[in-house]
Design a protein around this ligand. Sequence first.
Ligand code: GDP
Length: 458
Amino acid sequence: MIGKLGGHDDTIVAIATAPGIGAIAVIRLSGTAAIAITSKLFPSKDLAAQPGHTLHFGALHFEGKVIDEVVVSLYHAPRSYTGEEVVEISCHGSPYIQAQIVEACIASGARMAKPGEFTQRAFLNGKLDLTQAESVADLIASNTAASHQTAIQQMRGGFSRELQALREQLIRFSALIELELDFSQEDVEFADRSALYQLVEAALVEVAQLVKSFKAGNVIKNGVNTAIIGRPNAGKSTLLNTLLNENRAIVSDIAGTTRDTIEEVLNIGGILFRLIDTAGIRESSDLIESIGVAKSLEKMREAGIVIYLFDVAELSAAEVLAQVASFEAEGISYLLVGNKVDLLADAETKFSSIPGILFISAKDHSRVDALRERLVAAVMGGSVNTENTIITNVRHYTALQEVYSSLQDVKRGMDEGLPGDLLALDIRRCLFYLADIAGEVTNEDRLDYIFSKFCIGK
Ligand code: GDP
């Protein structure tokens, strides 16, 4: 199966490192002629005679001149990233040198790689399954520690493995049920219905969890909208500054935006919190009054989470409770934060009727750490656990929803005592989507689409 991106016979070349000036850069070649092409430029050693996984230092020549002194890494097929003959040339990081080397490789018979083509070849050669290949894209694009962890986890195949196990069991059942169909006259049951039922029930729980994790996974990738709400002088600006001083996301944390177009963004525990309307907080010191109640409700609904900050000396427990009731009525997720505890020693007693309040002093920076922890915990649904498999990919998400609904159909079918041939249909539908996730039923166009999202050199 070879996509439109080109056949395996071509040897492709691209700069594998980030664009710009660095200490070193890596030019990667993959394909049958990778070593032969490099040898033409690297006269000091007979590269073709060298074993794989070795490094060779020497000068790289092109058009009678030395371009650079480089280190050549050799990988013989199939023990390479793509499964093909691969050469990586580490050179000095000047863009001029990099361009010269790529040009020299092309002049010697390679062609420029298309985006994602290295990884596509790895996939076509069975080095990665599709979910793993897509995680490579996520890994390249990952901005924060948490999204990096998620991508690494998927690439190592945690997610694929879980689904593979389910698939194997379902295949076994569907084979047994289909065998029954061959003996339909005799009214036998080879497939143990209660074992199948148990498998389907367990799988439903697992798949539901994966489907749910999409939301958390998306948050990790894209950040969560956060609003700090409270009366004038509650301490919102003070809290904001404290958080920004320690957690302001650096520009490179944030994908696809430039400094002037983005709102304030915090990076807490690897999760990006995008602060809504921080300009409003700074200028008017009162979001609710400045933009009107209806508008502020709209803002709060836009937020993934609202930090409700109040002055413990100013507000009564009843006033806070009224606020809580309106959050609840609106289905807004919120954190209750009582500020200025330095002014009121027995704040906890005053508000003891309201569970879950976090007491801080924004001015003294006291307990702001606990607030950060609460924010992360709220996003992760109770705990930050990067060991859990998290779905971050829309394609997986939709396929998993289909897996879930077909499993439900299997279960319902068994509840209603459906005959084996009808059960087998639903099991097959489920198997189709499971295979789809691993990239085993897929067409060239869709593959091209997936890989075209990669950057060149990967
Ligand atoms: P905002 O209107 O909600 O943005 O409130 P500000 O951040 O402007 O704070 C209002 C006033 O409360 C300022 O004078 C702050 O210095 C003061 N303030 C904020 N946090 C605390 C705190 O934790 N303790 C005390 N004592 N004062 C605070």
